[in-house]
Write a protein that binds this ligand. Structure first.
Ligand code: GDG
Length: 447
């Protein structure tokens, strides 16, 4: 039995942990905690085990569960709908049924490992029903929920079949955390519209309890990025990359994203192509590197996106490239953390232009890596990060003209201006790292 339990779609046993794992694992370890989640491969039954001092309680998913709960309801219904419907959401009864069954399995596993009065922290859109199920089984628990992606406006959410179930699911928590204050507001409004509740400030009474809904913008492990950025091997790799790409004669523009239609990769590449076509930017004065990490490859929208992006990259390189000097370097590959930081250090302009993004950690990682206080960040207004990083060059990624303007202003800004902006952002990120995020959330949850 454990006094602190994390419940997330995946367990933290990957070779290169992300920010969430580096924030929560030490907390779980200190608390003698448990982590409930899927191992990541279908049809694999694994007994509970200990990993880095945390008790791992695997939840098994069949191939069909992965198809319906994960790729279906989570990634083809909720993901697009919660990102403003930038791709149409697909609704299928069988997916919803599987989603509910799998959420129940997660809730039961959590109930089984949580000690009397334990704190349980449930994560993200794959597990929206878990807080309600857990509350019903274990009214003694303190339950927190954090949504890593945006929460859509009421009108959009209303399209979701069985929408009230999802709201009731979240209301099983004592504290529901979001990336942005607007998301918390959307949620509270919905409790009024769908369930006739009366939210008051950031609280709402439900079922004889008080539920708080508030923004807790997530962040990164600043020390980890800083350590990599200070590493002579990483710095040498960064210099090598710049040299390969044309040295100081060519400005290096960089994008790093999972290949996802929410990230605005297509629009970004299209804008760059137009700048080359118009002669605003010459192929000899700049180069774009786009790292597109493979993601959700079995979902058809992702396969189609990949084809569109690759066709456009091919067209631009064919039309505006020279032998040995391609305008766009496109890497459909996963890179190590060290290589990403080397790229951040090499990039003059970081392009973070999602159509919608809960936070976007890449923006914060770029800032944390720039110990030289140089480099420009072009940042979409529709990211959570835009509410925090006021030294960025803001952009509306739906507007190609605005993208082109933002890219050229960032490329041509004076170094003094760049370091003024970068210093402001670095100060903010340094004082708002992921450790503080987790501590704020858990302190609020413990009341
Ligand atoms: C969701 C929300 C929210 C990327 N490529 C590689 C790689 N990455 C790392 C980045 C960064 C992370 O993955 C991506 O985080 P983002 O925040 O940018 O985006 P999502 O994956 O969509 O994350 C988002 C986040 O949850 C946290 O709440 O900010 O809004 O959508 O850390 O560096 N890492 C490695 N190789 C890669 O090729 N090692």
């Amino acid at each position: 039995m454990h006094g602190f339990v994390v419940v997330a779609n995946r367990v933290p046993v990957d070779a290169t942990p992300g920010g969430l794992v580096s924030a929560l694992e030490p907390i779980a370890r200190r608390a003698g905690g448990a982590w409930v989640g899927w191992i990541g491969s279908p049809d694999e039954r694994v007994e509970p085990f200990e990993h880095n001092g945390v008790y791992i309680r695997p939840v098994a998913l069949s191939d069909e569960d992965v198809d319906r709960y994960y790729e279906g309801q989570s990634n083809s219904t909720l993901w697009p709908l919660f990102h403003d419907g930038v791709e149409p959401a697909t609704h299928r009864r069988a997916w919803r049924v599987a989603y509910e069954a799998v959420n129940r399995r997660f809730a039961e596993a959590a109930a089984e490992v949580a000690a009397e009065g334990a704190t349980v922290w449930v994560h993200d859109y794959q597990l929206l029903l878990v807080p309600g199920m857990l509350r019903a089984a274990r009214p003694d628990l303190r339950i927190g929920f954090f949504l890593h992606i945006p929460f859509p406006p009421v009108e959009l959410f209303m399209q979701l079949p069985r929408r009230a179930d999802f709201v009731r699911g979240l209301l099983g928590a004592d504290l529901v955390g979001f990336q942005h204050p607007l998301a918390a507001q959307n949620f509270l409004r919905l409790t009024a519209q769908l369930l006739g509740l009366r939210p008051d400030g950031d609280r709402v009474e439900y079922d004889g309890r008080t539920v708080t809904a508030r923004a807790f913008p997530i962040s990164i492990d600043v020390d980890e990025i800083d350590r990599l950025a200070a590493d002579p091997k990483v710095q040498a790799e960064s210099r090598r990359l710049r040299e390969e790409l044309g040295g100081d004669r060519r400005a290096l523009l960089l994008g790093v994203d999972r290949l996802d239609y929410t990230k605005g990769i297509e629009q970004r590449i299209e804008a760059y192509g137009e700048l080359l076509a118009a002669g605003t930017i010459g192929n000899e004065e700049a180069v774009l590197v786009q790292v597109a990490t493979p993601s959700r490859e079995r979902v058809v929208q992702y396969q189609q996106l990949r084809e569109r992006v690759e066709r456009e990259v091919g067209r631009i390189n064919g039309e505006f490239g020279d032998v040995g000097r391609a305008p766009v370097h496109y890497l459909f590959q996963s890179r190590s953390r060290a290589e990403l930081v080397a790229l951040y250090l090499a990039a003059d302009v970081m392009l973070v232009t999602p159509l919608r993004d809960g936070m976007n950690l890449v923006a914060k990682e770029y800032v944390a890596a720039r110990r030289d206080e140089l480099g420009a960040l072009v940042l979409s207004e529709f990211t959570g990060a835009a509410a925090e990083l006021d030294g960025a060059f803001p952009v509306n990624p739906y507007d190609v003209d605005d993208l082109e303007r933002a890219i050229t202003s960032a490329m041509r800004a004076e170094p003094v201006e760049l370091s003024r902006r970068m210093r402001r952002m670095r100060e903010y990120v340094r004082t708002h790292d992921v450790g503080r995020w987790a501590a704020d959330f858990l302190k609020t949850l413990s009341g």
